[in-house]
Design a protein around this ligand. Structure first.
Ligand code: NDP
Ligand code: 8X3
Length: 246
């Protein structure tokens, strides 16, 4: 199950897990886009089912997950990917609405999915949760404040979950990408495409597929190997704050 599978890293994961021969439950808010992706992957022989819901809506998410037919209920891998940044401004000038959306999506949405899916994994003594954190969760960068805090929360929640399932065979991974060229910056800058494009100028950024490769690797590691955390940076990126542009 991949949340936020309509774009970027989530879509990359959908394609790479499909190449790996897995059955997919793709979730997102844009039903039309999900259906296009379902068709694309089904044409290549992948079994795909889709669920349309907003991870911030706990009731809708619960209803959708509970509506899965019997043969789709045993979820082996949950990729908690749906998330976003909104705004890049000093903490004392940020937007209350942007903060709330980031917290509700990146923290509470991830927790909702975890709460809905992980009990089945623990009961079956089998499963893997791959949370999409960020280099932004390792240290704040200027004007990143609340977004960085949400990804820092993802790190702590991932570590907490790993402790809580340690007596089972369930594995928990935090993937922490750096600069990945997706729709992320368009969303962050509220549709200012020029400002978004500047984020990737002068450096070869990562792609959603690069992150998906690591997710597929972690999910297919031998059962006794738990890839706890991976930081994946573009080659000319030193940290969340240091990007060398040429
Ligand atoms: P994209 O904007 O390309 O994709 C984000 C996905 O999340 C979309 O499918 C989007 O759907 C979905 N989404 C957002 N809000 C919700 C919601 N409330 N309910 C359901 N789905 C939602 O960005 P990325 O692929 O880059 O982002 C994916 C994850 O990777 C995020 O968690 C992000 O924080 C993280 N990340 C991104 C990095 C980057 O540089 N790009 C680096 C590190 C981490 P919709 O189209 O409906 O909005
Ligand atoms: C996305 C990467 O550095 O833009 O989490 O915050 S960054």
């Amino acid at each position: 199950m991949i949340t936020g599978a309509t774009s970027g890293i989530g879509l990359g994961c959908a394609r790479k897990f499909a190449e790996n021969g897995d059955k997919l439950i793709l979730t997102g808010r844009n039903g039309q886009r999900l259906e296009e992706i379902r068709k694309e992957l089904a044409d290549k022989g992948t079994q795909v089912t889709t669920l349309v819901f907003d991870v911030r809506d706990r009731e809708q998410a619960t209803r959708c997950v509970h509506s899965l037919p019997e043969e789709w209920r045993e979820i082996d891998v949950l990729v908690n990917n749906a998330g976003l940044a909104l705004g890049l401004e000093p903490e004392y000038e940020g937007s209350f609405d942007d903060w709330e959306t980031m917290i509700d999506t990146n923290i509470k949405g991830l927790l909702t999915m975890t709460r809905l899916i992980v009990p089945g994994m623990v009961a079956r003594d089998r499963g893997h949760i791959i949370n999409i954190g960020s280099v932004a969760g390792d240290a704040a960068y200027s004007n990143g404040n609340v977004y960085c805090a949400t990804k820092s929360a993802v790190k702590t929640l991932t570590d907490g979950l790993r402790l809580d399932v340690a007596s089972s065979a369930v594995r928990v991974t935090n993937l922490k990408p750096g600069l990945v060229e997706t729709n992320f910056s368009n969303t962050r800058f509220h549709g200012d495409t020029e400002r978004a494009a500047n984020v990737y100028k002068g450096i070869k950024p990562l792609t959603g597929d690069d992150i998906a490769d690591v997710a597929v690797y972690a999910a297919n590691a031998p059962a006794h190997v738990q890839i706890a955390e991976v930081l994946i940076l573009a080659t000319h990126q030193g940290s969340g704050s240091v990007i060398v542009r040429k």
